[in-house]
Design a protein around this ligand. Structure first.
Ligand code: ATP
Ligand code: MG
Length: 300
């Protein structure tokens, strides 16, 4: 299928959720339960997703061969929004050799002793690779903004923690993403937008199903109390950092099949726009290949 047609097909799922101008962004305009009026059966959705992830695998192969662009996929969400399962389903067919996943948890003492972007910057994917950040430097303006004690642990000189501290930190993130973009790192950011009601349902399922118990942490219910603070922090973060070069996708997350579809579509679309092709072989290299072929064929 020609590239333009693929882009046109996937844009149905991505255009409504892409944010490229932070200034206009309001979280309340996005419905966590949205499915664009689509009612798909399980098999139909799974089939579409399978085609998307097969396509992605092909694109990734070219990305690797070209060894020039790289793709950084950032996943942010409240607990139980489906980050892990989205990664599993969307990347299912991608060659593990060309792909890295990093899950960022509470920082270590060593990490806390460095400037805040340090630990993330070291994990940005190399040329030719897809890197997934399961949580990211955005936690530095989300959980750290919601809980003052986490900022205290960073031991920033007090006179630098002014009223504009969070705006400055957001500006630093936006600059960091400009820098990455200009280096050939395609930065795609996903906020899996789960409703508070659906989160409660998923927590209850984790508590009531023995096989899901391990996924539940009592701390998750404590964090839920700060829901509005988190939503405010997310809104501020998206407003300050959504750009054409590094867009946010505010993905409805109350229906998992739809979340996966939108995330897969956005990645396929973005990589398609790079217009990748396999490196071409020069006349000289072709002659070398032919010589190698003759030698191999002549072997006893
Ligand atoms: P899951 O619960 O699905 O296994 P998770 O990403 O929630 O995945 P957890 O181990 O439950 O993983 O939680 C990691 C915790 O680390 C989160 O609560 C997150 O907010 C916190 N965290 C991540 N980055 C930072 C940071 N820079 N400073 C402080 N806390 C952070
Ligand atoms: Mg968790």
């Amino acid at each position: 299928m020609p590239r333009q047609d693929i882009i046109a097909q996937v844009q149905k799922y991505t255009n409504p959720f892409r944010v490229t101008r932070g200034k206009d962004f309001r979280l309340k305009h996005f419905d966590p339960g949205d499915t664009l009026g689509l009612q798909m059966g399980r098999t139909e959705a799974a089939d579409l997703l399978r085609r998307g992830s097969e396509w992605l695998a092909m694109e990734q192969d070219m990305l690797y061969a070209q060894d020039s662009w790289s793709v950084l996929i950032i996943l942010q969400a409240m607990d139980a929004a489906g980050k892990d399962s989205t990664i599993k389903h969307v990347m299912a067919r991608v060659n593990p050799q060309g792909c890295d996943v990093h899950s960022f948890k509470q920082p270590s003492q060593e990490e806390l002793s460095h400037a805040f972007l340090w630990r993330y910057s070291a994990r940005v994917p190399e040329r030719g690779r897809i890197g997934i950040f399961n949580r990211s430097y955005y936690e530095e303006v989300l959980v750290v903004r919601v809980h003052q004690a986490l900022l205290d642990a960073q031991r920033i000189p007090p006179k630098l923690v002014t009223r504009s501290f969070w705006d400055e930190r957001l500006a630093d993130i936006a600059r960091f993403e400009d820098y990455l973009t200009r280096q050939g790192v395609l930065v795609l950011k996903f906020f899996l937008n789960l409703s508070r009601k659906e989160q409660k349902k998923r927590f209850l399922a984790r508590l009531d199903t023995p096989d899901k118990n391990w996924k539940f942490s009592p701390a998750d219910v404590r964090e839920r109390r700060y829901w509005d603070d988190y939503m405010h922090a997310y809104e501020e973060a998206i407003r300050a950092t959504a750009t054409k070069g590094a867009p946010w996708y505010v993905v409805p997350a109350d229906n998992k099949w739809f979340t996966r579809l939108v995330v897969a579509a956005a990645i396929v679309e973005a990589i398609e726009t790079l217009d990748l092709a396999y490196p071409t072989v020069s006349a000289e290299q072709k002659a070398e290949l032919a010589a190698a072929r003759t030698e191999l064929a002549a072997e006893k």
